[in-house]
Design a binder for this molecule. Structure first.
Ligand SMILES: CC(C)(COP(=O)(O)OP(=O)(O)OC[C@H]1O[C@@H](n2cnc3c(N)ncnc32)[C@H](O)[C@@H]1OP(=O)(O)O)[C@@H](O)C(=O)NCCC(=O)NCCS
Length: 133
């Protein structure tokens, strides 16, 4: 189950970002992780998506289900035409989840971000309406 963070309401109302807690449907106080729709540009119909899970919640399909729900909602409710997912080149779990959902790997953005005092490459994936699996 996905729940909105009250303190993130301003960003949601500005149409820029949606940050959600991933919680156990049977015990909503039990938080499994967080999912975000960010860099939302409604004029260009683009957004990016990301997901983080606590170690105890990994390896049982929670991230895959979360990304599918959020992507479907972004396509249906926000008319998003391109959804991006980026991650570190060695983040195998994240890339597996992206490909399982139908995201297409587009390539590597070299020296893309600052990370722990160095610069780091980023792998970029995209998902278009109709490609969600
Ligand atoms: C990236 C991350 C979210 C992926 O979580 P995850 O638990 O590997 O992903 P899922 O919840 O979809 O689980 C997938 C695994 O569960 C298994 N699984 C079990 N039931 C499943 C189901 N119904 N549907 C999909 N997968 C299922 C799959 O076989 C898969 O295992 P595999 O990767 O060995 O093939 C998690 O590792 C994480 O939070 N990492 C740290 C933060 C991070 O890097 N975030 C990425 C930013 S985008």
């Amino acid at each position: 189950m996905l729940r909105c963070f009250d303190e993130q309401e301003d960003a949601r109302l500005r149409g820029q970002e949606l940050n959600l807690a991933i919680v156990d449907a049977a015990d909503p106080d039990h938080v499994w992780g967080k999912a975000s729709l960010y860099d939302v540009d409604l004029d260009e119909a683009r957004a990016a998506v990301a997901c983080w899970l606590a170690p105890h919640a990994r390896g049982r399909g929670v991230a895959t289900r979360t990304l599918r729900l959020l992507a479907q909602w972004a396509f249906d409710s926000l008319a998003i035409a391109r959804l991006e997912l980026t991650c570190a080149p060695d983040n195998v779990a994240s890339q597996s989840v992206a490909e399982r959902c139908g995201f297409v790997r587009e390539g590597v953005l070299r020296s893309h971000i600052r990370f722990k005092g160095e610069r780091r490459d980023t792998v970029v994936f995209s998902l278009l309406p109709g490609e969600l699996r």
